[in-house]
Each structure stands twice: as C-alpha cells, then as structure tokens.
Design a protein around this ligand. Structure first.
Ligand SMILES: [Zn+2]
Length: 319
C-alpha cells in the first residue's frame, strides 16, 4: 500500500471570451504528486503539465494563484495522456491524500468529461490532510492554508509554493508529522460516485462517532422516509434506541435527533442532506455521544428557532 499525495492546478473560464462549460468548470492544467510508502517515506515524485483543451485564457484568479503561463502549458500533454500516466505511476490500491477535498472531486470531473473509466464504483476513502491538521493542532473545524500549517510546524520552505508538485510535497511533510492514532483513523470519503445500492452503502465506526453514507434518493421526501436512516441505533452496543427528541431541522438541510442508550448515554444523530453530482439527494448521517449539557443546548437552539418561526407566522396573520 502506498500513499499518493497529490495536488492539482486548474484554470477556469475567463468570462466574456470563453463560455463556461457546465460539466467542467475547472480544467486541470497541472498534476503534481509524491508517493509515500507505509512508513510515510518518500519513494516517488510525479509532475506533469496538462495542455489546455477548453479554456485557453488564464483566468485572473488562476494566474494570480498559479505561477504558470499559457505558453508553458501549451508544452504539456493532453489530460487523458497525463492521467493515464499518473494512474500507472500510482500503482494498485493507492490511498489518496490531498489538502482539502476539492482536488479529488475535480480530478474525477475532468476524468468524466473525457469519458475515462471511473476511479471507483463508489465513495473513495482518502485522507484530507487539511482536516487532519485541524484535528491534530486546532479545533478540528478550522481549515487553514497549507502555508499556515508549514509555518506552524516549522517545516523548512525549501521550494516555492503554489505549483502542483510543491504543494503535494509540503502536504506530505505535514502528513508525516501527524502521529496521533486517533487523528490518523479519521479518513474522509469522496462522494463523487455514490453507493450504487443499499448493499454498497458506507457504514463506518470511528472511536467517538460513526458515519453512514447513503445511496442516492429521488428527493428529500423519499430520503427522509427511509427507516434505515431515521431509526437510531447505538454504534457501540448496536441496540435499537428510543428517541428522546424526534428529528428536527433548523435549516432544512441538517436534521437532528437525540436518543438514549441506557449503557452509553445520550446519542446525537445528525443527517446532512446533500445534492448528488447529477441530481437527486443523499445523506451523510453521523451519530455521536453528547453530554446532558450539550443536549440542553441543542434543545434551546431548537426552541428558539420554533419560537421565532411562530412569531413570524403570527405576524404574517396580523399583517
Ligand atoms: Zn449503547
């Protein structure tokens, strides 16, 4: 097993002259990567420029971020050729690692655009090093720029930033310094390709929470009537739990419920409803144990919300 830490540079429509292609808002212009073995030692490098086929003008944001010129890119090879070479170089069963979750998504969008075989049949397990950095050194929620992490960890800046290879190289350096096993178990899932059916849905248990990625549903109504999603079960002892607080939402996208396991206490379940790449919706459900104090806080938030909603409604009636 090898870790493939990769980074992409991409360009986008520069507006007036070139129209944006809906299916490919970001055209990859460079792929850079480093390969690490199981002990996270660097054992390979990859760096290729991609010759643009769609957007031939550098977008001003891209040209500011990426130190690349169009003339340079014209010397690159077409995407399909570079991608095949990259996948060959990755070898079998690579574990992808990226800074943030966008690179894996855009890589697959570009592959689909060129009708390449999909990277995977379903969700891809990967390491989001930006998230791991936050879990290891900050609150787990913040998302920092790569250079911030490099500075904080006193990593030597021996090559310039903002080229695909250098960003992959620095991401690997950050990854190498993360030792905490509780952080290293927190891999992410890319959901560009969703589970095809019920059998291939993702169920995973971490030390302090669990995660469930559902298949695609036609709409929110169909999703919320799926009992498997709305039933709650203790992820430690697998008992079916009775809900203390039934499912409620504050924004129509995130739903919460609270159940109680007599052995493990209060469990908060959360369903995030997300849109599929080509329509439909799917759910990412997580369960986590919370304190009585946290239960109280969540209920206060709900009651405040309901109160405001009622006030608005009353006002509408009197208006
Ligand atoms: Zn339990």
């Amino acid at each position: 097993m090898n870790y493939i830490i990769f980074d992409l540079e991409w360009n986008q429509s520069s507006g007036a002259k070139e129209n944006k292609i809906e299916k490919l808002p970001f055209e990859i212009v460079e792929i850079g990567a480093v390969k690490l073995n199981e002990n996270r030692e660097m054992i390979g490098e990859f760096s290729e420029l991609v010759k643009p086929q769609i957007y031939h003008e550098m977008h001003y944001i891209t040209s500011r971020l990426v130190h690349l010129q169009m003339e340079e890119l014209e010397k690159g090879k077409p995407f399909v050729e570079v991608m095949k070479k990259f996948l060959d170089w990755c070898g079998e069963d690579p574990v992808f690692c990226t800074w943030g979750s966008l690179d894996l998504l855009e890589l697959q969008r570009n592959m689909t655009y060129y009708e390449m075989e999909p990277l995977s049949e379903g969700p891809i397990k990967f390491y989001d090093i930006q998230k791991l950095f936050s879990l290891a050194y900050e609150d787990g929620k913040s998302r920092r720029a790569l250079e911030f992490a490099i500075d904080m960890m006193n990593i030597k800046k021996d090559i310039p930033f903002h080229r695909a290879f250098s960003d992959a190289y620095y991401t690997a350096k950050v990854f190498d310094k993360i030792e905490d096993p509780l952080v290293l178990e927190k891999f992410s899932f890319d959901t560009y390709h969703l589970p095809k059916d019920k059998e291939s849905e993702v169920h995973i248990v971490f030390s302090n929470y669990d995660k469930y990625i559902s298949r695609l549903f036609k709409d929110k109504g169909e999703l919320l009537s799926c009992k498997e999603l709305t039933d709650t079960q203790c992820f430690k002892c697998h008992r079916n739990l009775k809900k203390k607080v039934k499912w409620f939402t504050l924004n129509g996208k995130h739903y919460y419920a609270i159940s109680k396991c007599f052995r493990h206490g209060y469990m908060k379940s959360k369903i995030r409803i997300r849109k599929g790449e080509d329509g439909g919706v799917y759910a990412v459900k997580t369960d986590k144990y919370i304190t009585k104090e946290e239960v109280k806080k969540l209920l206060e938030k709900r009651d405040q919300f309901l109160e405001q909603k009622k006030l608005k409604k009353d006002q509408a009636v009197t208006d």
